[in-house]
Each structure stands twice: as structure tokens, then as C-alpha cells.
Design a protein. Structure first.
Lengths: 350, 185
């Protein structure tokens, strides 16, 4: 029998509020990522982009969302209906789940309680991220297969093989990082970077490999083979309409946000304020934490811009080029990086 | 092989160098190009608010002209209909009655004057054929319509505003035309 009084109800409440804030914030950011994407695409093509809904088109994402909600919902007769609905739900769910282990900032003191700005500080944080990210492909696969459309199926196959290939290189590039930090907890990794330097200084190659793989995992150009518009007509979500399509598109943007957050956490010091010694200013209290969050968000924004910048510059890889790059270049590079890191660590410790 | 122009370039089939094969440097160069465009002046014209001026030789929807006193110039001679290669113009003539001198310039006028805008090819031959300076092509185009009937423009649609009752509109329509005439010469 569970003793109800023994449960820390305040902690539960605190975590629930934090979960709500994080989910709402990631949805909000994903919403404005669509706006940013359209604006950046337009600017890089010497256009202005959306500017009619509200000042500077700032209400455009709301209009887009409304449109998706009011569209007719079509479920093809020949599709597997349960899986057809499950696909986008799963894509969205896995996109949202990853943010549970990201440390969004330092501790905040409110009403005499110290609140950690991380939903769950699990000691296997990175493994959790990997597990959820690899589940994410099920959304694509189930959606593509259950549509009962040859293009969707082809796209889903491509997507699955792409994610499997790039996950290997991604994991290998992270092993080098983990050998340095000695911990899988994201909070510990950030704390270490705050004391010394950012990991990207020690692991530039590892970061590069991780970044390329993150592009591939998010299905962003140049690796957007699973939604290749011109060869597979929209790919795996071809048969989707209304908000189910919206979920797929939205999940992609949430994924982009989360993977930017993970990269900032692992390689760029997370909520560490650059060129600033936090431990000397602990008397700033909550302001320090807020400043940290702002820095973290800025880093994420830079990454998101980089993602979009690449998308509107680089054309899509051909399938064989994609596989060549993944298996013949990135994995050997990541292995070499791992070996060199190991050797250097051994040499420094002798 | 004989080429049409001497600009043809043979395809470079050299194997990629190491720098090219790791893509990164070339991707970086490409990204610098897109970044340059990011800060460039935008070429967009905000359409309903801003309009691009037409070329001086633009040929738009026909207008039936009036003289300074607001009388219709057309005498229904039928030369425009004869000149029209698309056979878009039909008209019916009528005789001017006593008391209608303020409406029509000469003894004969067009009781009915129709141009089928779906047939019209905007060649401007009607304007060239007209001996009375009664029809000319303006700098507007025929707006979209939902049925074919609305594309048959009658006299009311084509006539220029009356200079006596609507002087501003007349001046505007006339002014655009004079402007384009000047540019032509």
C-alpha cells in the first residue's frame, strides 16, 4: 500500500508545471520555426516572405495552423486505419518526449524551494535521447506503410534505412565525448563544461559528425530523402491531410528544436553563459538562471538558423551518395575520432 | 560537332579531388553565397499597394473615346471590325436624331458596340484602323470573370468617362494615353 502522505506532492506539481511549460514552449517555438523558415527561405532567394497576417506576417503560423485544423480529414479507404492515425501521433509523441532530459537552465529558487529546470535528471540521459530518437522513425515507417501508397512506402523505406545508417555514426561520435565526460547525464556534462571549456573545443570532429547525423535524423535537407517532393511527391505523408499532416510537419520542427538543444547541451555548454564565470556570481540567484536560459535559447536559435541556412543552400543527396557518406565516410571518421580520443585520454593519465 | 553558339562547354568528368569529395568546403562556399543574398535588397513588389508601371507599348483593354464636349467619336464605320484579325468586334449603326447633338459627334453613331474579350488578341489593329480616333488600347487589362457572358464588353463597359460629369476620371484615362503616345514617338 502506497502511503499517499509519503509522496512529495509539491515536487509532483512542480514537475507537472515544468512539463506543461516545456511542451507549450516547444510547440510555440516549433510554430515560429515555420515562420522563420519561410522568412529565411524568402530572404535567401531575394524575396520578402509572408508579411500579410499581422505586422511583418507575425501571425502567419496561427493562420497556417487554423487552416490545417479546418481542412477536410481524409483517410484513404485502402489504408490501415488504426496505424494511419497512429503514425502522426507517434511522430509527435516521440518528438515531444526527448525534451524531458534536456537541462533548460540552472536551479531557480521560488517560494523557498529549489526548482531544477530539468524535467528528469536521469543518469542515462543520452541513452534515453537515443532511444526516443530511434523510436521517432516508427512514425515515418508506420505512416508510410499504412498509407498503402507506393511512394509513401518507398519514402518510409528510405527514411528508415537513412536513420539506421546515421544513428551508428551519431552514436560513435558521442562515445568519444562520453569517454571525456565519464557521465551520461546531460546535467553533469553541462556542469563539466561550465568549469572547463566547451566540448566543441576538444571534439570538433565529433561535433561535425554529430551535426551531420542530426541533420539526417531530423530529415532535413540535404538528407530529406523520405519526403522528397520532386521524386516521391511529399514522401511518407503524401496521403495525409488536415491536422495529421500538420502533426508530421510540426514534429519535424519540434525535432529540429530538440536536436538543436541537444547539440547546444553536449557541445556548446548548454545554459553556460559564454566568457562569464557563473560560480563567482551566485548571489545573482534567479537572474543568473534566467540569463543562462536566455543564453541556451540563443544557442538553440543559432543552430536552428544553421539548419535552415543549410536547407536553403544545399540540394538533396542522391540515395547512393547518402549511403556512401554515412557508411564509408562518417562511420570510419567517427571510429578514428573515438580511437584518437581514447589514446589521448590514456596518454594524459599515465 | 557543330554547335549553334560557341558558348558550349564540354562536361567536366574529372574525378573529384579530396577537397571536393568531403563536400564541406564547397557547401561552405555555397552557404556564403546564400548568406550574401540574405542581406541583399529584395526585388519583391508589394502588388496591390505597389504596381509596376506598364511598358509604353503595352496594349490593354480597348476604350471608346469621347471628344472634349463629351460626345462619342465613333461613327460606326466598321473599319475596326474589318481590321480585327480575331473578329472580336461587332457593331450596329444608327442615325443621330435631332436633339442628340450633345451625345454624338457626327450624324451616324454606334448603337451597339461589343468586343468579345475572349477573342480579342490585343493586337491594336482597331486603334490603327480608326479614322476618327474613337478607339484606343488603354493600359489596363480585362479583369477575370466567372462566365463567358461577362467577357463580352458592351458600349457601357468600353466608353471613356464623360469629361463633363466625371472630369477627373476622364483626365486620368486620357492622360495615361497621352503619356504613352508621347513615349511612343
Amino acid at each position: 500500500m502506497i502511503n499517499l502522505l509519503a509522496i512529495d506532492w509539491l515536487l509532483l506539481l512542480e514537475k507537472l508545471i515544468l512539463i506543461a511549460i516545456v511542451i507549450l514552449a516547444s510547440l510555440f517555438i516549433a510554430m515560429y520555426e515555420t515562420y522563420a523558415e519561410r522568412k529565411i527561405a524568402a530572404f535567401m532567394q531575394d524575396r520578402i516572405g509572408p508579411n500579410r497576417a499581422g505586422p511583418l506576417g507575425i501571425l502567419q503560423p496561427l493562420a497556417d495552423g487554423m487552416k490545417l485544423f479546418f481542412k477536410e480529414e481524409i483517410i484513404p479507404n485502402s489504408s490501415n486505419k488504426i496505424l494511419f492515425v497512429l503514425g502522426p501521433s507517434l511522430a509527435m509523441l516521440t518528438a515531444m518526449m526527448t525534451c524531458a532530459v534536456v537541462p533548460w537552465g540552472g536551479d531557480i529558487n521560488l517560494f523557498g524551494r529549489t526548482i531544477s529546470l530539468q524535467i528528469a535528471d536521469v543518469n542515462i540521459g543520452i541513452l534515453y535521447v537515443f532511444a526516443i530518437v530511434s523510436l521517432g522513425i516508427y512514425g515515418v515507417m508506420i505512416g508510410g506503410w499504412s498509407s498503402n501508397n507506393k511512394y509513401s512506402l518507398l519514402a518510409a523505406l528510405r527514411g528508415a534505412s537513412q536513420v539506421i545508417s546515421y544513428e551508428l555514426a551519431m552514436g560513435l561520435s558521442l562515445i568519444a565525448l562520453l569517454m571525456m565526460s565519464g557521465s551520461l547525464s546531460l546535467k553533469t556534462i553541462v556542469a563539466q563544461q561550465m568549469q572547463t571549456h566547451w566540448n566543441v573545443l576538444y571534439q570538433p570532429l565529433g561535433f561535425l559528425i554529430f551535426f551531420v547525423c542530426a541533420l539526417a535524423e531530423c530529415n532535413r535537407t540535404p538528407f530529406d530523402l523520405s519526403e522528397a517532393e520532386n521524386e516521391l511527391n511529399m514522401g511518407y505523408h503524401q496521403e495525409y491531410s488536415s491536422m495529421k499532416l500538420g502533426f508530421y510537419l510540426f514534429a519535424e520542427y519540434v525535432n529540429m528544436f530538440i536536436s538543436s538543444a541537444i547539440m547546444a547541451t553536449l557541445f556548446f555548454g548548454g545554459y553556460d553563459i559564454p566568457f562569464f564565470n557563473e560560480s563567482a556570481h551566485t548571489d545573482w540567484g534567479n537572474w543568473l538562471a534566467l540569463l543562462g536560459i536566455a543564453c541556451f535559447m540563443l544557442k538553440i536559435a543559432i543552430f536552428i538558423f544553421l539548419f535552415m541556412w543549410i536547407r536553403w543552400t544545399v540540394p538533396r543527396f542522391r540515395y547512393d551518395q547518402l549511403m556512401n557518406l554515412g557508411w564509408k565516410k562518417l562511420i570510419p571518421l567517427a571510429l578514428a575520432n573515438m580511437l584518437i580520443t581514447g589514446a589521448v585520454i590514456l596518454w594524459l593519465k599515465k | 560537332m557543330i554547335t549553334l553558339t560557341n558558348r558550349a562547354k564540354p562536361v567536366d568528368r574529372k574525378p573529384m579531388t579530396f577537397l571536393e569529395s568531403i563536400y564541406l568546403w564547397n557547401i561552405f562556399k555555397g552557404m556564403m553565397i546564400t548568406l550574401k543574398h540574405f542581406f541583399k535588397k529584395k526585388v519583391t513588389i508589394q502588388y496591390p499597394e505597389q504596381k509596376r508601371s506598364f511598358s509604353p507599348v503595352f496594349r490593354g483593354v480597348q476604350i471608346l473615346n469621347r471628344d472634349e464636349e463629351g460626345r462619342e467619336r465613333c461613327t460606326a464605320c466598321g473599319l475596326c471590325a474589318l481590321a480585327c484579325p480575331a473578329e472580336a468586334i461587332t457593331m450596329e449603326a444608327a442615325e443621330r436624331m435631332p436633339g442628340e447633338e450633345t451625345l454624338y459627334r457626327e450624324e451616324k453613331y454606334a448603337a451597339k458596340y461589343e468586343i468579345n474579350m475572349l477573342r480579342c488578341i490585343f493586337c491594336g489593329f482597331c486603334e490603327e484602323a480608326c479614322p476618327k480616333d474613337a478607339i484606343y488600347l488603354s493600359e489596363t487589362f480585362a479583369p477575370a470573370a466567372y462566365n463567358r457572358k461577362n467577357f463580352i464588353y458592351n458600349k457601357q463597359d468600353l466608353l471613356i468617362p464623360d469629361p463633363k460629369t466625371q472630369p477627373e476620371e476622364f483626365a486620368q484615362a486620357q492622360g495615361l494615353r497621352e503619356l504613352s503616345k508621347k513615349k511612343n514617338n
